[in-house]
Design a binder for this molecule. Structure first.
Ligand code: MTE
Ligand code: MO
Length: 391
């Protein structure tokens, strides 16, 4: 089913970006904020939000001729304009989008992996405005809480318009199970706003999918089609990428079909107020950063160690200024990261370590070697910062 629209095949019409971003690859454009910029606010400004692309950025500004085709294993296929989507009830969901490749550079230091290198900022936390995917699906006759349609549809596939070399010049694609898409509590959105503004081209203008609690790769930008399909999407990024293999599998032994596409991400945290290179004056040092987990699990604890992991001290967690964070409470944003803060007394050269525990009591692994994988995804080991003090 070829899409109606096609993005550019070269990089001559890229949007402008904030000059302070760390650029990890120019074409396709892949960039992250500096650590300090990332945690300066709970809601990440669009400028500092992760930019993760596999091809040139599409231009879909002829909004009068734009529509999303909804088809596949259903009786009532439809073409929906942006206005049709905007007529549905609007939801604002604050959700963190994290790329599965976050912290890949560090994993590659232990043993080389393939993929764009990222420091600890391949994520961002935004308030996404849009229709719920299940309301869009209801328009074509799919009821809520459905795992299979009468014609055998079990997955919802999202197809974009960007041309990705990995798809042999075809568009980026991904799918999620129908049961996930039609679960009202999963908050899957067809979004047209980011932080109260119209989506920027870099982030999927005019429409993108947001799948909260799931690796960023499934939140397809520049939406062209939504199809109900029988089996999960066969695209490159579902079948030949973004799968988690054990450390024993390498490029000569990999059998892609033995693993399912990665969906939820595991518990993660990182220190963002400090870099390995900082020369610190001995005394009190403020340590801030973020923690998050997938699947809507909250953050139960964030702990800091300065003695190599023998003893740990809890850090203060927060989302909104002045509101104490309680995992699972209605006052917290369940799909969003939690920022943390603590003060450490640094006497001499010190290594500071952070780890988080989520509301299912999952803990980050100590060492990168036990989770090493050839594509360098889901590096969630304890995050270390090495501080040198000035005398
Ligand atoms: N959608 C399209 N059409 N093309 C892409 O290359 N990249 C995916 C996802 N959706 C991608 C896409 C990946 S891997 C991630 S991590 C997120 O978009 C990044 O979204 P962002 O650039 O808005 O931060
Ligand atoms: Mo990603």
């Amino acid at each position: 089913m070829p899409g109606a629209l096609r993005g550019p095949s070269d990089y001559s019409q890229e949007p402008s970006r904030h000059p302070s971003l760390r650029i990890n690859a120019k074409e396709p454009f892949n960039a992250e904020a500096t650590r300090r910029d990332l945690v300066a606010s709970y809601i990440t400004p669009v400028d500092f939000f992760l930019k993760r692309n596999h091809g040139p950025i599409p231009i879909l500004d002829d909004i009068d001729s734009y529509y999303v085709t909804i088809g596949g294993l259903i009786d009532r296929p439809a073409k929906l304009t942006l206005d049709d989507i905007k007529k549905l009830p609007k939801y604002n969901v604050t959700a963190t989008l994290q790329c599965a490749g976050n912290r890949r550079t560090q994993m590659s230091r232990s043993r080389k992996v393939r993929g764009v290198g990222w420091d600890v900022c391949a994520l961002g936390n935004a308030t996404w405005g849009g229709a719920k995917l299940l309301d869009v699906l209801q328009l074509i006759g799919v009821p809520y809480h459905t795992e299979i349609t009468p014609s055998g549809g079990k997955h919802v596939e999202f197809t974009s318009v960007d041309q990705c070399p990995e798809e042999k010049g075809g568009p980026y694609k991904a799918s999620i199970p129908l049961g996930h898409a039609t679960n009202p509590a999963a908050d899957v959105l067809v979004a047209y706003e980011m932080n109260g503004e119209v989506l920027k081209r870099d982030h999927g203008y005019p429409l993108r999918v947001i799948v909260p609690g799931v690796i960023g790769a499934r939140s397809v930008k520049w939406l062209d089609r939504i199809d109900i399909i029988e089996e999960e999407c066969q695209g490159f990024f579902m079948q030949k990428d973004y799968k988690m293999f054990p450390p024993s599998v390498d490029w000569d032994t990999i059998v892609w079909s033995t693993r399912k596409p990665q969906m939820d991400y595991p518990v993660q945290s990182a220190i963002c107020s400090l870099e390995d290179t900082n020369a610190i004056i001995p005394g009190e040092v403020t340590v801030t950063g973020y923690a998050l987990s997938g699947g809507g699990r909250g953050i139960e604890r964030v702990e800091i160690s300065t003695d190599g992991g023998k003893t740990w001290v809890g850090a203060v967690r927060y989302q909104k200024e002045g509101v104490p964070y309680i995992a699972g409470d209605i006052t917290s944003d369940k799909w969003a990261w939690v920022l943390f803060k603590t003060v450490v007394d640094v006497k001499g050269d010190t290594e500071i370590i952070v780890k988080a525990v989520d509301s299912s009591a999952n803990v980050q692994p100590e060492s990168v070697d036990t989770i090493w994988n050839l594509r360098g995804i889901l590096n969630t080991c304890w995050h270390h910062v090495h501080l040198l003090t000035t005398r």
